[in-house]
Design a binder for this molecule. Structure first.
Ligand SMILES: Cc1ncc(COP(=O)(O)O)c(C=O)c1O
Length: 385
């Protein structure tokens, strides 16, 4: 079978591979605690589900404009204007089937073969994968525990070359839970403006923040025109399976992304977009409650991890992942992740699933019940004790 050469440059997301292995073990009768997949264990709010059913019943089963339903884009623009504190209009919003299409199409639209794309490492693996696919070179910017997992602006400056086209930011971050401060964003913005570089700001965890306020680089003076915000409903509204995401950018970039949508998807499902309107305009108490429950679980998990021999863990400021340092256990990240799954029935990800600089760490998703988390901590402690 012949495959295009570019297929060899495309990576993957190992969370799905670990999930498959965990399911195999379950099929053999083993009890597995799932802390590998990044998915809220909450149901989509009832008013959102009802809006989708009503939309199907009332005929929202046809094509929508490729960039998205007009009313939804206007509601989305109002939401982004409020939450990012920078003005967006409906023409600057594009709706996608999920968060990943915004990342994929954004990189495809903005990056040329031979360009360099600066990506956080450890970081969400899809940025590097798609940059490679587009023929560009991903350049890792190392995030460090001693810097609270925030990007070091001096290091960023050192990585910029005349081929640097795009810097990818992700705050709150997957996998570390690190959050960039307003000062960080202002310093990064100054560099990008001076060197004429675009930013893709992945704001998927915008609402899942525990300490302080969310800041978007798009709100820094001079940055709106050079920022592509990508975000989705997957985590904030517990809507992973619905496939609903969006981008906010300049109108020019939105037009390019719309052209890609015409070629790839025609449009995002029309009834899903109606559900999106209900999510934006309805009560937000379920999201607020979910974040509060995540906060309690975070405190439980971090305290528990820090009591286990060989493990230490910083308290994450956002998202729903713990990223413990496991160097004191004597195992590599892959070895320990494998041992935990096979011998203790706890599915977690190796830090290296997020790049080479994740070595020495594990990613633990605490989107699971407190009872499951306590049992997982007991099993991990038992294995390492
Ligand atoms: C940082 C980040 N960006 C984007 C996504 C993609 O979201 P979706 O599942 O809606 O494609 C995820 C999902 O895990 C994520 O963690």
């Amino acid at each position: 079978m012949f495959f295009a050469e570019r297929m060899q440059r495309l990576g993957t997301e190992s969370a799905f591979e670990v999930l498959a292995r965990a399911r195999e073990l379950e099929a053999q009768g083993k009890h597995i605690i799932h802390l590998e997949i990044g998915e809220p264990d909450f149901d989509t709010p009832a008013h959102v589900r009802q809006a989708a059913v009503k939309a199907i019943e009332s005929g929202f089963t046809h094509y929508e404009p490729p960039a998205g339903n007009r009313e939804f884009r206007a509601a989305m623009a109002a939401h982004v204007t409020r939450s990012r504190r920078v003005e967006y209009s409906a023409d600057e919003i594009v709706i996608y089937p999920g968060g990943k299409p915004g990342i994929f199409l954004g990189i495809v639209a903005l990056v040329e073969p031979g360009d360099e794309v600066i990506c956080p490492n450890p970081g969400y693996p899809i940025y590097e994968s798609v940059a490679n696919f587009a023929g560009a070179t991903p350049v890792p910017i190392v995030l460090r525990e001693e810097n609270q997992w925030r990007l070091d602006v001096q290091e960023l400056i050192g990585l910029i070359s005349d081929r640097t086209r795009l810097v990818v930011l992700n705050s709150p971050q997957n996998p570390t839970g690190g959050v960039l401060t307003q000062e960080d964003l202002e310093a990064i913005a100054a560099v990008c403006i001076e060197k004429d570089i675009m930013v893709m700001s992945d704001e998927t965890y915008e609402t899942i923040i525990y300490d302080g306020q969310f800041h978007s680089i798009a709100a820094v003076e001079g940055m709106k025109e050079r920022t592509l915000i990508v975000d989705c409903f997957s985590k904030s509204f517990a809507m992973t399976g619905w496939r609903l995401g969006f981008s906010a950018s300049s109108g020019e970039v939105a037009e390019a992304l719309t052209k890609l949508m015409i070629n790839v998807n025609s449009c995002t499902a029309s009834f899903t977009q109606q559900a999106g309107i209900a999510a934006l305009q309805g009560p937000r108490d379920e999201t607020a409650n979910m974040v509060e429950v995540f906060r309690q679980r975070r405190d439980l998990v971090i305290e528990g991890l820090n009591q286990i021999k060989g493990i230490s863990c910083l308290k994450p400021h956002g998202a729903f992942y713990a990223f413990p340092n496991i160097t004191g256990t004597g195992y590599s990240s892959n070895e320990l992740a494998r041992k935990l799954l096979d011998e203790a029935g706890v599915a977690v990800l190796s830090g290296t699933a997020f790049g080479a600089h994740g070595e020495g760490y594990l990613r633990i998703s605490y989107a699971a019940s407190q009872d499951s988390l306590r049992e997982a901590l007991r099993r991990i402690g038992g294995l390492l004790g």
